[in-house]
Design a binder for this molecule. Structure first.
Ligand SMILES: Cc1cc2nc3c(=O)[nH]c(=O)nc-3n(C[C@H](O)[C@H](O)[C@H](O)COP(=O)(O)OP(=O)(O)OC[C@H]3O[C@@H](n4cnc5c(N)ncnc54)[C@H](O)[C@@H]3O)c2cc1C
Length: 633
């Protein structure tokens, strides 16, 4: 319920707040970069303004004079008023300083933090006057604070992006990597293959081009490697231990953050290799295996044990884990199976037919699972792109991608599409498979039908409809469907646990706890096929809940979770007119191996920016930091 709001307006509107706080949220009021939202009239707005001003002072980087001096003075005035030493002139002075900071600062802390302070004075001047008249100390309330930015809000791990970018600008590599690892424990991996939602929200993108946020993470990770790798603080280990199913990004992340707090964990992994789909899905030319192994070694260094080639459900069960002293279990088993195409002949076991995930897994273990000259890969996502590009490197000379919609609707990253084309992959759109033709148990051709696009379906994309009598044959030596993946947690999770229809584990999205109190879940086995960064974030969130559970026997959302939820719903993309001091710049692009060379090996394609280039790239950041605080019930 909202009783008062100035959010997004130039003064009190009383209504139209972009969010309202339900009874289950422990938040009474929110003060942030675009105003105030109050759900409980008894909130002490004077004390809340003191807290906000103090946070603004703490977060100001101090590099521009108006913000440095202005936030200092605003915080001092509010402390004076709340200590009972204020004078009436303080209100006018606060108003004047806030206006000056807002108009003259260079980055968002200075540009935005005066906004709610001015709203508080305009709307509740009488309360400031009363506090000064009473001349008594104002009792301190309880608050949580979040520093955010459009890029931070877009990242599931909430990495402090402007923070590490700034450290890179100053060439403080070790501090930069430390900031990343605070919330994202695989910087070398994510710095190479993240889907980079942050860059789509980067305010610089509205002016010229987004900052190379992903790549800068990679530069910091590579610099750390060059300097001899990361050091891990020694920590006494506690007695409580957790079991983790799967050494993919979610499992590794959970183990890392448990280990940092001294909790032991054992990861049971079915494969002989860490990294999950990052290792056996994403090919080496995008993510070299050594990087992944190094990051898994970090997880072991903080106190986790990884037991390889142990399949949970076959080699050990969850009840047996409890008997062995594990008090909590984190299920992070991913989405390991390829979805079926619904095409005649796909279950016939023909040679030359192999689902995409299996194909890539075999390639990752050094096999050449398919051979011949012409291959057809069906799908339009990143997995399909990895299949065609891998096929090219395995020696297929005629590599074809078949997709049932148009290129515009393809879910794959546009860069992956461009790279595939550069490597000679042929794209066939508005085509769907109908039947696999074989001779002597080996595929010879794929019968396809042409498609037309109808009205948008549930996904928002136009629905492909088969065109009548348009069947045609494409001859081939190999067929690889890559149209999606599925989960199977019910194969090993204890009976009675909440499992969704699509065989994913049902968990609370904040605590990651399942219907069984000691079992938590996260990553693809909860969401269905998603992204590395989402899996890393889920693992960290689960680690926090598991620690709560091990300490108290329970796990519940914390106030900062509620503030994060509120802040996420308030975020908006950047606009160029919010950056009055920005000048036009050019993004630095890392070097790439040319297509002719790269198709002959699985060597990494993307090179690394030099330290000087990385410093210049980091200098393009507009530091769009914003502060929000919530008054708690
Ligand atoms: C080909 C491909 C390319 C991709 N490219 C990208 C990309 O560029 N960027 C991006 O962000 N995301 C990408 N993804 C998605 C990303 O890899 C996944 O979202 C992410 O790995 C999910 O992490 P996870 O830990 O939940 O599961 P996984 O990575 O799948 O790890 C699960 C682990 O659990 C193990 N396991 C499963 N069952 C058991 C069991 N019963 N007992 C023991 N161990 C078990 C598995 O062997 C596996 O190691 C890609 C996925 C694929 C398939």
């Amino acid at each position: 319920m909202t009783v008062f709001s100035t959010w997004g307006t130039d003064g009190p509107s009383g209504a139209g707040a972009p969010i309202s706080f339900s009874q289950d949220m422990p938040i009474r009021a929110l003060m942030g970069w675009s105003g105030l939202i109050i759900s409980d009239e008894s909130v002490d707005i004077v004390d809340m303004t003191r807290e906000y001003a103090a946070r603004a002072r703490a977060e100001s980087c101090g590099q521009c004079f108006p913000c440095r001096m202005g936030t200092e003075e605003m915080a001092e005035i509010m402390e004076r008023i709340c200590d009972g030493r204020g004078v009436m002139e303080d209100i006018d002075r606060l108003e004047a300083v806030a206006g000056y900071v807002h108009e003259s600062s260079r980055c968002d802390i200075g540009l935005t933090s005066p906004h709610p302070i001015l709203d508080a004075i305009y709307s509740f001047r009488d309360r400031f006057v009363e506090a000064i008249r009473e001349a008594k100390p104002v009792p301190r309330g309880e608050y949580v604070c979040q520093v955010t930015a459009p890029c931070i809000s877009a990242c599931p791990t909430r990495v402090n992006i402007p923070g590490y970018v700034e450290k890179i600008r100053m060439r403080h590599w070790d501090e930069a990597i430390k900031i990343v690892r605070d919330t994202c424990c695989m910087p070398g991996t994510i710095g190479r293959v993240c889907v980079k939602d942050c860059e789509f929200k980067c305010k610089r993108g509205a002016i010229d081009e987004p900052i190379a946020i992903r790549h800068l993470k990679r530069v910091a990770a590579d610099m750390e490697l060059k300097a001899g790798g990361a050091s891990v603080p020694e920590k006494p280990l506690k007695d409580e231990k957790a079991a983790i199913v799967g050494a993919g990004p979610a499992g590794l992340s959970c183990a890392y953050y448990l280990g940092l707090k001294g909790y032991r964990s054992t990861i049971f992994e079915a494969l002989p290799e860490p990294g999950g789909m990052a290792a056996v899905g994403i090919p080496d030319y995008r993510l070299p295996r050594d990087i992944l192994r190094g990051e898994a070694a970090m997880v072991e260094a903080v106190g986790a044990e990884i037991r390889y080639s142990v399949k949970v459900g076959e080699d050990i069960t969850i009840p047996q884990m409890l008997e062995q002293g594990y008090r909590a279990v984190f299920i992070a088993a991913g989405a390991p199976n390829s979805s079926a195409m619904g095409c005649e002949g796909e279950d016939a076991g023909y040679r030359g037919y192999m689902p995409g995930v299996e194909f890539l897994r075999k390639v990752a273990f050094g096999e050449k699972p398919l051979s011949g000259r012409k291959i057809l890969v069906i799908g339009g996502g990143n997995v399909a792109m990895d299949c065609v590009r891998s096929a090219r490197r395995l020696g297929f000379t005629d590599v074809n991608l078949l997709y049932r919609r148009t290129e515009k609707e393809m879910p794959a990253d546009p860069f992956e599409i461009a790279d595939s084309k550069d490597e000679g992959v042929k794209f066939h759109t508005l085509v769907a498979p109908v039947k696999i033709h074989a001779s002597g148990g080996r595929v010879t051709a794929l019968e396809c039908v042409r498609m037309i696009l109808g009205r948008p379906d549930a996904s928002g994309r136009r629905k492909p409809i088969p065109e009548e009598k348009s069947n045609f044959l494409m001859d081939c030596d190999a067929i690889v469907p890559a149209i999606g993946q599925s989960c199977e947690v019910d194969r090993f999770a204890p009976e009675g646990i909440g499992v969704n229809k699509n065989r994913t584990l049902a968990v609370d999205p904040v605590t990651m706890r399942s219907s069984v109190p000691y079992i938590f879940g996260g990553g693809d086995c909860v969401t269905g096929p998603s992204t590395l960064v989402a899996a890393l974030a889920a693992g960290r969130r689960a680690a926090r809940s598991i620690m709560d559970y091990l300490e108290t026997g329970d796990s519940a959302p914390r106030p900062e979770d509620w503030l994060d939820k509120a802040v996420s719903s308030l975020s908006r993309p950047g606009h160029s007119d919010d950056a009055p001091f920005a000048v036009l710049t050019h993004r630095h692009h890392p070097p790439m191996t040319d297509p002719e060379t790269r198709i002959h090996s699985f060597a990494e394609v993307e090179g690394c920016l030099s330290p000087a280039e990385a410093g210049q790239e980091a200098g393009r950041c507009l530091r769009c930091y914003r502060i929000a605080i919530a008054a708690l019930r």
